[in-house]
Write a protein that binds this ligand. Sequence first.
Ligand SMILES: NC(=O)c1ccc[n+]([C@@H]2O[C@H](COP(=O)([O-])OP(=O)(O)OC[C@H]3O[C@@H](n4cnc5c(N)ncnc54)[C@H](OP(=O)(O)O)[C@@H]3O)[C@@H](O)[C@H]2O)c1
Length: 292
Amino acid sequence: MTTPATRTVLITGANSGIGQAAATELARRGWRVFATARSPERGDIAVSQIREASGSSAVELLELDLASFASVRRAADEFLERSERLDALVNNAGVILSERTLTEDGLESTMQVNHFGHFLLTSLLLPTVLQSAEPCVVNVSSIVHQRAERMPLDDLSLERRWGAMYPYAVSKLANVLFTRELHRRYASQNLATFAVHPGGVRTGFGRDGDVRGLLGRLMPLAGPLMMSPARGAAPIVELAVDARHRAHSGSYFSRHKRQDPSRAAQRDDDARSLWERSLELTDASWPAESPA
Ligand SMILES: NC(=O)c1ccc[n+]([C@@H]2O[C@H](COP(=O)([O-])OP(=O)(O)OC[C@H]3O[C@@H](n4cnc5c(N)ncnc54)[C@H](OP(=O)(O)O)[C@@H]3O)[C@@H](O)[C@H]2O)c1
């Protein structure tokens, strides 16, 4: 089999908001796009909208529920049956939840959707990504990672501590630590990986009843102050397409600007420990690392 010439991207949570906007822009630029959605109905509608808005027919739906490791493995298998090429993986899907719930895998839902599911997905797709001339993984984090003062490595299912923003903040801190460790392990194989805060973006995020109380009432009020999904997606698209950023692999970007993340997010010992714990909890197996 020959590898098709078209650059290919997989974007998680591409049936709405920032993910859909990034998918639309990359399709418009001629990329083959795999848009994941946990609901096939919402996914079908989004794929039609992305095709229409981008003028590209090379947009495909992939069903993926990050709250289920079985679904993550199925989605990766299906992707690999449909494509032998993946240049960029954009781990974008995310949730913020007021209630502490457990997934079918027994982990806290925010942590599994925002971190562990993406950790497993990346492990399954990385061998294909690494075959690209410019392999890239973009993890969509948030400035809110700063609200978690330290990665709770002995309480990754957040049994001992809970709060309005805390689970989300910890999961977004995990996105930054994951990015650093992915860089440390695979930069020598030409991987460029980034964590990015897209800005305050007007999407459905946290507005579908998942967030209750004061925070749930305040989030919709911020809408008019926020930017459009297309603007929010712009830094993600830039990191995937602009090779000049590759020299800064492992970095955190606040929109288009490279920045130091919080002190907790710069703890390489925590990044390593989070990787080891995530490995145990997801049963992931990663491609061999080559020495730097
Ligand atoms: N909006 C902001 O101001 C902002 C700021 C900083 C960071 N972010 C980050 O940006 C990313 C995208 O958020 P957004 O603002 O575009 O919100 P959004 O419109 O709510 O999009 C979130 C996406 O994640 C998907 N998702 C949720 N649970 C999932 C699961 N179990 N499995 C697979 N996919 C799942 C959603 O699917 P459904 O439609 O099925 O729910 C949706 O497609 C998130 O990681 C968020 O943390 C957003």
